[in-house]
Design a protein around this ligand. Structure first.
Ligand SMILES: [Zn+2]
Length: 449
């Protein structure tokens, strides 16, 4: 009897182990099946690292990438191919954030019942939110400069334009060695970080709006710079007496350096974090690069520079776009997406995160609109109700600064936020502002179609 009892117990233990193992396997199959099947050595769906199933369309149904005669081809137009390369991914699979890699399970039509099997053997068609013509306009406007352009509908979160330069024609791949194509596999919009320069003054401004009660009554004085702890923080010119609105419009370093010293590093770091500038976020599962803000010691020129977007501040263009889209949308950042048709999930309203209070967002918006009238010139942006901030970020080493332009437009049919960075592009408003204008004009034209 004793022996039988022992065997029964052993059998029960064995059964529990088997059941447990099975459950664990099924659980892992359900949660990881997507990743297993999209592994690049799966010969059913890959050939030489290239996904051999699935079609990708832009928002208007233009084919951006499909399989034809057994090989993967891209859009008919060469400019569109270069402009959408980073959105899609290259044929060699080197651009990991591209749709061909990031959305591979969707393109295979993967589900837990049939796996990667598709009835036709051709995979699925995926419609992106990207507009190929707007991307082409952005790539052309960059004119061969390195940089990135992003445009998002701040009401729906749909990304209309995501362009990174340098790029190349995936149907006619050039020799990618050499300086011209350095870092070509990096999607600079998603995966690069840059010093933000004066775009960061919006962060310092928001902190000042919420923490300095008499901000509107202040008169700042600029003699061409301020001296802090024996160091000189230079401004671009002698701005004289300024209100906070004018200090932002002329992007006065003296005024914003003073504000940074008064607010302190902890407060600035807190606002940079709240606005999502020092963390990574996801766009349909694709992770963006993490920015950084280093706390400088009190009463130092480093602290003043950190509030001006220099010192060791670093931001990802996608995070700047998310921040200005929140300003446009009353403080609420709608989750960005690249996938137009999400099946049943499309019926739900998109998710969002509150980055800043409604009142602060409105104050920032008003001043960003004033910037255009006061400094950037409404004539340079015909027909646009524009809210923006420039940045001219010093990079040292005798090189031209990076040019930034970020903001949004109010337009019922095209509620769009944008970010433009042109590496070593010089002045923010002249270089990056001109790119932004061309892209926004193209986007509005598309919205009117
Ligand atoms: Zn100044």
């Amino acid at each position: 009897m004793k022996r039988v009892g022992g065997r029964a117990a052993a059998l029960i233990v064995l059964a529990v182990v088997i059941l447990g193992g099975m459950s664990l396997y099924i659980l892992r199959f359900l949660t990881n099946g997507r990743d297993w099947v999209s592994f690049a050595s799966n010969k059913t769906v890959y050939s030489g690292g290239v996904l051999k199933v699935g079609t990708i369309l832009d928002r208007d149904g233009q084919a951006l990438s499909q399989v034809s005669g057994g090989s993967r081809v891209y859009a008919d137009d060469e400019l569109v191919r270069k402009a959408t390369l980073h959105v899609l991914g290259d044929p060699g699979g080197n651009i990991g954030t591209g749709a061909l890699s990031a959305f591979a399970p969707r393109l295979m039509g993967y589900n837990v019942l049939t796996g990667a099997y598709s009835r036709t053997g051709n995979g699925k068609t995926l419609s992106l939110t990207i507009d190929a013509d707007v991307c082409a306009a952005a790539y052309k406007a960059l004119g061969g400069s390195r940089g990135a352009v992003g445009v998002v509908n701040y009401k729906s979160g749909q990304i209309l334009c995501m362009v990174s330069s340098p790029s190349f024609d995936p149907m006619n791949i050039p020799d990618l060695t050499g300086e011209k194509y350095e870092g070509v596999y990096l999607n600079r919009f998603l995966s690069a970080t840059y010093p933000p320069g004066s775009v960061f003054k919006l962060v310092t401004l928001a902190a000042a709006v919420e923490n300095i009660p008499d901000l509107n009554d202040r008169v700042f004085h600029c003699d061409g710079g301020i001296t802090v702890g024996g160091d000189y923080v230079a401004c671009t010119k002698k701005h004289g007496d300024l209100s906070i609105e004018d200090a932002l419009a002329v992007s006065c370093n003296s005024a914003f350096g003073e504000l940074a010293l008064e607010l302190g590093a902890e407060t600035l770091a807190d606002y940079a974090a709240r606005f999502g500038l020092t963390e990574s976020f996801e766009i349909d599962g694709i992770k963006t690069a993490t920015g950084s803000f280093k706390n400088a010691a009190p009463n130092t020129s480093s602290l003043a520079w950190s509030g001006i977007g220099q010192y060791e501040d670093m931001v990802c263009p996608a995070a700047i776009l998310r921040f200005v889209s929140a300003v446009a949308n009353g403080g609420n950042a709608v989750d960005m997406t690249l996938i137009k048709d999400k099946g049943l999930a499309s019926l739900l309203p998109p998710g969002s995160s509150r980055l800043l209070g409604k009142q602060t967002a409105e104050k920032l918006a008003t001043m960003m609109n004033y910037n255009v009238y006061k400094t950037y010139g409404q004539d340079n942006y015909p027909g646009l109700e524009l809210y923006a901030k420039t940045g001219t970020a010093e990079v040292g080493g005798g090189k031209e600064p990076h040019a930034w332009f970020a903001g949004f437009i109010t337009n019922e049919d095209a509620p769009l936020a944008f970010v433009v960075i042109v590496e070593n592009g010089g002045s923010g408003s002249r270089t990056a502002g001109a790119v932004a204008n061309k892209v926004l004009q193209a986007a509005i034209k598309e919205s009117e179609k």
